[in-house]
Design a protein around this ligand. Structure first.
Ligand SMILES: Nc1ncnc2c1ncn2[C@@H]1O[C@H](COP(=O)(O)OP(=O)(O)OP(=O)(O)O)[C@@H](O)[C@H]1O
Length: 379
């Protein structure tokens, strides 16, 4: 990989022609031991430490972390809005040109940013300009003719489902429509990478879903690489291929979404994903005791991480726990085709002194199970 800059960045008419052709595949982003510290009146703040991973072309890659973890700083290093104080951010475009973002001159950065679109939580639209003018702005700044701009705006508005809003102003649009304008504008110059900074955080749940569906559709149709930072786990779950968890500036966990969500390894990940995972409904919690009594039944907590082969086999569970076993509580979800979740099952047929033995049998079916207590009362 070349670490030096911009000789392969397209320039002039030939470059413009290449850029207006549909992207065949997205760009690749490599964080190579990236660190970023800020000098503040209160001393140094270390926002990123030893960050190292690669986002592959065409991936939708999510970055999650609590407030102040370093998400914004990290995503902003991709388009040079932040420069690393150590390490490198390398962006490889679809034509194989590799750019060391931190070492680019201002002019080179301007060129690189043509290949990197960005959308924001608060849309950042120009309120005095129509939808058409907002979307066409990057093209106009790049010197496109009026005719080329109008043609491209027509394509982009069709892509985001806003063809009928061409002459409207941002104030006349809903939040979801404004974000669609933001997406169209970000795609105006046919970038290979789209950065999404909390892009759905200001939207209601239904609109969020429609924007996520649009991003996924764009990713599939254009082959664009999408990097999204968010504190909304649902956004990641819905569309990301892989996810990285950032905590105090470090990447603490990274992997396919189904794996990280189904079987989080780090406390920071668990805190983000399942803050209420161990909470039971009050009525049930009140009935579960730590020790058995004469009329109680052991409660088995069965966890499907998604790594099991095939779908969860309830028949096999009931063969072990007895056919009068009762489902007390549970969730089951599907992420990227993997069924994962948790079932709490009471087994009146299992005497307390056999519970541990039965637990061992149960563990041979799904990979995780434990006894969380004993429930008494009629089942
Ligand atoms: N320009 C700056 N000057 C000083 N400190 C900064 C600057 N930018 C970010 N920081 C600090 O770096 C750390 C990471 O901030 P960052 O905004 O990247 O976190 P975040 O995960 O995006 O948070 P949020 O979800 O709240 O936006 C924080 O401690 C923040 O205060």
């Amino acid at each position: 990989m070349t670490n030096s800059a911009a000789t392969s960045l397209p320039a002039g008419d030939a470059g413009e022609a290449a850029r207006t052709a549909p992207a065949q595949r997205g760009g690749r982003v490599t964080f190579d031991d990236v660190g970023r510290t800020f000098e503040t009146p209160d001393g140094q703040v270390c926002a990123l430490r030893e960050v190292g991973f690669t986002v592959e072309p065409g991936e939708i890659f999510g970055i999650i972390g609590r407030s102040g973890a370093g998400k914004s700083t990290l995503i902003r290093t991709v388009n040079g809005l932040e420069r690393p104080t150590s390490g490198k951010v390398l962006v490889e475009d679809a034509r194989g040109g590799v750019f060391d973002v931190g070492s680019l001159t201002v002019n080179e950065l301007t060129l690189l940013r043509r290949d990197i679109g960005m959308i924001f939580q608060h849309f950042n639209l120009l309120s005095s300009k129509t939808v058409e003018r907002n979307v066409g702005l990057p093209l106009r700044l790049a010197g496109a003719s009026r005719a080329d701009e109008a043609r491209r705006v027509t394509e982009l508005l069709a892509l985001v489902g806003l063809s009928d809003k061409r002459g409207r102003y941002p104030r006349e649009l809903s939040g979801g429509q404004k974000q669609r304008v933001g997406i169209a504008r970000a795609l105006a110059r046919d970038p290979g990478i789209l950065l999404c900074d909390e892009a759905t955080s200001a939207l209601d749940p239904e609109t969020t879903l429609s924007i996520l569906a649009l991003l996924k559709d764009i990713n599939r149709r254009l082959g664009l690489t999408i990097i999204l930072i968010t504190h909304e786990m649902e956004a990641i779950r819905q569309i990301s291929d892989r996810v990285a968890v950032i905590e105090k500036g470090r990447i603490v966990e990274i992997g396919p979404v189904w794996k990280v969500f189904g079987d989080p390894q780090q406390p920071a990940t668990r805190a983000l994903l399942t803050p209420h995972a161990n909470e039971l409904p009050d009525d049930l919690a009140g009935r579960i005791a730590p020790l058995p009594s004469s009329d109680s039944a052991p409660v088995f907590d069965i966890i499907y991480t998604g790594a099991e082969t095939g779908e969860p086999n309830l028949g096999a569970v009931f063969d072990v726990l007895g056919h009068d076993a009762r489902l007390l509580h549970g969730t089951l979800d599907r992420i990227q085709g993997h069924a994962q979740g948790r079932l709490l099952v009471a087994a009146p047929a299992v005497p307390a002194h056999e519970a541990t033995h039965v637990l061992a049998l149960l563990k041979k079916l799904p990979p995780r199970a434990e006894i969380i207590g004993y429930v008494s009362g009629s089942l």
